[in-house]
Design a protein around this ligand. Structure first.
Ligand code: 3Y8
Ligand code: NAP
Length: 252
């Protein structure tokens, strides 16, 4: 079978991998969910939109003669990762994940860890604060249950419907972000608390460094459970894995 890779993307690491795959002239396709208006362009062919659950992905793997799947999605894209795990099992397609380790609190950091979005909402009981909600668009309306706070929302695209938060301000910006920029943002908006996911990686890490510099507390949402697939942290390890796969001619 000729080597043909499917890269499930949407992260800094996925983009780095796509560039390395292009440099090697490998046959690959990059996949976006279609969550944002103009996803970053890639140096390899790409597709946009859901596959249609496990069955849809299994069908895609067969129809497009995909030889290997690389799940380089964000650690909170758990549904996609579980679908990839099951579709690859069903079709006997080799699967590997490209992940980034979670951030770790350092001495002096003031983190409160919660299990999920609902846990973060519950943890915001109490008097009004000025909160940086660095979670994007999909889950922001859950925080209407704690409407007493002023929320600063950072979104990739301007929201098509106004956020259901009575006291909020929207900032339209896409990462990767810089520490100095996030320090200025937190100071300008007199932020008391940052709410974020433990995404890991560099692209979202600026807010962790900014909170540390300003001595601000973080409400940190832990990662969801992900499937028991092989996972590595660098593009080199991906290529090493590919090199040790049963022979597929590279078709190059
Ligand atoms: C559509 C495709 C690259 C990838 C860059 C990374 C870094 C910058 C930081 C904050 C946190 C947040 C959010 C964030 C970051 C990178 C990475 C990352 C966080 C793009 C992109 C897509 C998305 C989807 C979007 C979600 C949202 C989450 C904003 C591209 C820009 C908060 C995650 O409006 C929406 O529907 C947005 C949805 C999923 C989470 C949410 O619940 O709203 N990412 N982000 C991908 C697709 O369609 O398949 O244009 O690059 C990618 C990136 N966003 O190649 O350079 O590697 O993580 N993305 C979080 O970490 O908490 C912002 O503001 O500090
Ligand atoms: P999710 O909740 O795990 O997935 C929901 C559905 O979206 C999936 O079942 C699949 O639809 C579709 N989907 C997700 N990722 C896809 C991809 N790369 N290609 C094709 N379809 C995809 O996913 P999510 O958390 O919304 O994340 C969506 C995208 O944003 C992913 O590319 C992810 O890497 C990126 N991202 C997410 C976050 C985050 O905080 N969640 C942060 C940064 C980047 P079907 O079932 O129809 O196939």
């Amino acid at each position: 079978m000729t080597m043909r890779l499917l890269i499930l993307g949407g992260t800094t690491e996925a983009s780095t991998l796509a560039q390395a795959v292009a440099d090697r002239g490998l046959n690959a396709v990059f996949s976006y969910a279609g969550r944002v208006h103009t996803p970053r362009s890639q140096p390899i062919p790409h597709r946009v939109g859901g596959f249609g659950g496990v069955a849809g992905l299994a069908g895609y793997l067969r129809d497009h003669n995909i030889s290997h799947v690389i799940d380089a999605t964000h650690p909170f894209a758990a549904q996609m990762s579980w679908n990839a795990f099951h579709a690859c099992q069903q079709t006997m397609t080799p699967l590997i994940a490209l992940t980034r380790p979670p951030w770790q609190a350092q001495a002096g950091d003031n983190w409160q860890n919660v299990a999920d979005i609902d846990g973060a909402v519950a943890a915001l009981q109490g008097p009004a604060q000025r909160i940086m909600l660095a979670l994007g668009r999909l889950h922001m309306n859950a925080f209407a249950a704690q409407a007493q706070h002023h929320y600063v929302l950072r979104l990739v695209d301007a929201p098509s419907t106004p956020p259901a938060l009575p006291n909020h301000q929207v900032i339209v910006a896409r990462g990767p972000f810089e520490t100095a920029g996030d320090i200025a943002l937190f100071q300008d908006h007199k932020i008391d608390l940052i709410v974020c996911k433990n995404a890991g990686g560099q692209g979202a890490e600026a807010k962790i460094h900014a909170a540390r510099a300003l001595g601000l507390p973080i409400l940190m949402i832990n990662r969801p459970d992900l499937p028991p697939r092989k996972a590595v942290a660098t593009a080199e390890e991906i290529f090493d894995w590919l090199d040790h796969q049963p022979a597929t001619d590279r078709g190059v």
